[in-house]
Design a protein around this ligand. Structure first.
Ligand code: XMP
Length: 520
């Protein structure tokens, strides 16, 4: 495999831990670039001069199941500082001649860690305290240290909780310094990268901005690039980076599906065409989408129709631009890791909405993916650095199929209009009450149910509006947000009183799982 970036870096060798990405996040938060590579793919010949330190991640494996991993031992002879975490600690100890066994007392959760010796790795970690609380998650443990290794700290059940070989700059920790439950855990990572690996800070939004613009220029030269702009964070940042790098050679295509939030198309044109002076092609495809979706109520059919039509329209317009060589996409680092180093496949996953997937091959386009080394929060910081307004940067995620999957049953123009209004009142209410940024995602949906109500002295028979608001880390799991009664009352009144077509509001209190965030 090749490590693509020329920057000095810390290399994380991944053994499949659920925390591997978290290690990378911590290092980048400290202002240092790092890359993750699967233990199966990285060989000693890949270890070049840009790698200033190596972290061996945790993982579900057992050091004695040697047929399940294929780590190149010669990496340990490269004279580069190494920090093993959990399984990484165990495999480092085993390969250097120590012993690892299943522990009698497995440790999951918090444990007290006591200092035994001074070490650069734990400088300012214990401070004045007798012990630190650390997060353990292991069934096996090191039972005999390799030659030249010393104990730095121990817990009750794990004598070799922190070990070092000072001569070689090898370190092992049985606990997880990368998780927030470990008190002062970031200090361990910071000591390893700055004091032991002696790497300089090289990763900030400003550095990234200039470097990414330069890389785009180098990659595309004077060729034309197309980009599907949705107005969401990722595609907006990609478009603005390319705009800064190549200006009018970038052609952004924005498709108004008619299923967007209220006035979204007006805002996108105002921001990107008028304020940022982008080469924006606005396509009003509302009629086409409504026509294709007529009488369709099956969720999967809706998704397929929308996805396929989106690609068709995007293709139609991009063909009008002559001599296009590249397609820009907002692939992020988690997508890349998921598909590349861990699963071993080489193709990067393409996001659902911008799923112009078949296009690169069909039109012989090459991909430009400037965000492929970034995490979502880094993309947000970069966006601010690129002069995108905070409103775009902090926007809640919005699904590609848009309001169609927030309207179970048949989609009509009239119902979409009602839903756009309800959603707008709700989101404005969240902003006015300072709640918007506390919530990961919120939206209104229109259910295909009519119920009876009374307004004035008249009977009404109208739709049911569902409100959803969730807290989440990454959208994989979610919990509902607990509003105050007064806020819910205000919003419910506002929606029912102002919108003809809705006479009842309900709040979704399911978590994910067992529910999902969207309704369809
Ligand atoms: P679910 O409903 O699966 O949603 O719990 C998880 C997150 O993904 C978003 N989502 C989508 N995003 N295209 C997208 O770009 C889609 O087809 C799509 N479906 C769901 C959803 O809004 C939530 O943030």
């Amino acid at each position: 495999m090749s490590l693509d970036q020329n920057l000095n870096k810390i290399l994380i060798i991944d053994f499949g831990s659920q925390f591997t990405q978290l290690i990378a996040r911590r290092i980048r938060e400290l202002g240092v670039f790092c890359e993750i590579a699967s233990h199966k793919k990285i060989k000693h010949s890949n270890i070049n001069a840009t790698i200033k330190g190596i972290i061996l991640s945790g993982g579900p494996l057992n050091v004695y199941e040697i047929n399940k991993y294929s780590f190149d031992k010669k990496i340990l002879e490269k004279n580069i500082p190494i920090l093993g975490i959990c399984f990484g600690h165990q495999i480092l100890s085993k390969l250097k001649g120590g012993k690892v066994k299943q522990s009698k007392d497995r440790e999951f959760g918090l444990a007290n860690l006591y200092k035994k010796r001074n070490s650069l790795l734990t400088k300012d970690f214990f401070n004045q305290s007798k012990f630190k609380k650390v997060w353990m998650s292991h069934a096996d443990q090191v039972t005999k240290l390799p030659k030249d290794f010393k104990v730095i700290a121990s817990s009750k059940n794990s004598k070799f909780s922190i070990v070092e070989n000072k001569l070689k700059n090898f370190f092992g920790v049985q606990f997880h310094p990368e998780v927030t439950h470990t008190e002062n855990g970031k200090k361990i990572i910071s000591n390893f990268i700055f004091l032991i690996c002696k790497i300089q800070k090289n990763w900030s939004s400003k550095d990234q901005k200039f470097q990414l613009i330069k890389e785009i220029k180098d990659q595309v030269g004077s060729n034309r690039v197309i980009c599907a702009l949705s107005g969401g964070v990722d595609s907006s940042v990609v478009a603005q980076l390319l705009n800064k790098a190549i200006g009018r050679k970038l052609y952004c295509i924005f498709v108004n599906t008619g299923l967007l939030r209220k006035n979204e198309e007006i805002q996108v044109v105002k921001t990107f065409k008028k304020r940022l002076k982008m080469n924006l092609i606005y396509v009003n495809a509302e009629q086409e989408f409504f026509k294709k979706l007529k009488n369709v109520s099956d969720p999967e059919k809706k998704r397929k129709i929308i996805g396929n039509l989106f690609i068709k329209i995007f293709e139609r317009y991009s063909k009008k631009i002559k001599d296009v060589k590249f397609l820009a996409q907002g692939t992020l680092y988690p997508d890349l890791i998921e598909s590349k180093s861990v699963t071993g496949s080489q193709t990067s996953k393409i996001k659902s909405h911008h799923n112009v997937g078949g296009l690169p091959k069909k039109m012989k386009l090459k991909l430009v993916e400037p965000l492929k080394y970034l995490f979502k929060d880094e993309v947000r910081k970069l966006g601010l650095e690129l002069n995108l307004n905070k409103e775009i940067i902090s926007r809640h995620p919005f699904p590609g199929p848009g309001l169609a999957i927030r309207m179970p049953g048949i989609i009509t123009k009239e119902k979409i209009k009602i839903l756009k209004e309800a959603d707008d009142y709700y989101i404005k209410g969240l902003r006015e009450h300072g709640l918007y940024d506390k919530i990961w995602q919120a939206y209104a949906a229109l259910l295909p149910v009519k119920t009876v109500g009374v307004m004035g002295d008249n009977r009404t028979y109208e739709y049911l509006c569902l409100l959803r608001a969730i807290t989440s880390e990454d959208g994989m799991t979610a919990d509902f947000y607990e509003f105050k009664k007064s806020f819910m009352q205000t919003i419910s009144n506002k929606i029912v009183n102002s919108i003809r077509g809705i006479n009842r509001v309900v709040y979704d209190i399911t978590s994910k799982p067992p529910s999902t965030i969207e309704l369809e």
